[in-house]
Design a protein around this ligand. Sequence first.
Ligand code: ADP
Length: 359
Amino acid sequence: MANKLTKESVLAALGTVQDPDLHQDLVTLNMIRNLEITGDKVSFTVMLTTPACPMRGKIEAEARQAVTSIGGVKTVEVKMDSDVPNDGRMRGLVNMPIRNAIAVGSGKGGVGKSTVAVNLAIALAQAGARVGLMDADIYGPNTPTMLGVKKLPPPNGQKLIPADAFGIKLISMGLLVKPGQPLIWRGPMLNSAIRQFLGDVEWGELDYLIVDLPPGTGDASLSLAQALPLSGAVIVTLPQLVSLEDAGRGLNMFKQLDVPILGIVENMSYLELPDGTRMDIFGSGGGEELARATDTTFLGMIPIDQNVRIGGDTGKPIVVSHPESAVAKSLQEISQKIAARVSVAAMTANNALPINIVE
Ligand code: ADP
């Protein structure tokens, strides 16, 4: 019989299931682990490229379905796990086990860049990833306030220890200088600050390091974006035209530095009124239009919600304080899309070799 129950027939069945983001099948991608057949029971693990995989449920259902359809199978046990691929950009540059660094940038200040960076980091950690947040916004390092962090733990010898907040590790310029002290940075100082951030911090092993960059395309953003081995950049914008022009400039800066654009996030897209109608305070559809015009991915819209501001001021980000809100939901979805795009970028950087090869 053609589809007798063997490891080969199970792998052949699983070879028909595609990872929708990576556009290859689970067997070619080397995602099937611990395959075991005991009588009429088949069990295996699907090793995804991110715990925040937006297609997790779909892949699990399709894998189960494919194996169930083999003759003689009664029970299918599917375990979902993940191993985030390393895009290799950090290798050799810094002696640290950071697998992917993602910059969050914006054309100008006040568009919600830090809010997105903080909530993106926590959403990825909530999904099960190991996440660090490096607040490099030297003009307004406000992530400590947003996360309720007042100081760093005592250093370990020469190494700075990041603060722990809601499951993520945080280092911020705001924690390295005295409150109220003006932050004036010039090129060489910036470079040494970055080196310190990267080399002198005990990050431990990280799947994702989220980097909150200064707004705009000035010297500071440029030096920082250049100094870091970035896997990709996310651009935050408001829906209105002027903001889009700025965002377009930000996007071009990354393009010129050969940093892959992971996508565009439109923040403060609309306000939902009590009767359910939406009010477009800052215009509408701009982020999507910018994505189309620049041939980049539109990652999603984030509505206006006063709980975002309250959470930012009181040190409890919205994905923690109101995880069921529309804002938190869209931030979670955006984080999943970003994680998926990073997996694709890592695969491309690795010349599309099968990932996670087990020795
Ligand atoms: P940036 O980092 O771009 O300067 P911030 O993240 O600091 O911007 O956000 C600026 C202000 O806007 C903060 O007070 C923040 O809480 C608020 N804010 C950001 N996004 C939203 C939103 N979707 N709804 C309501 N307030 C928001």
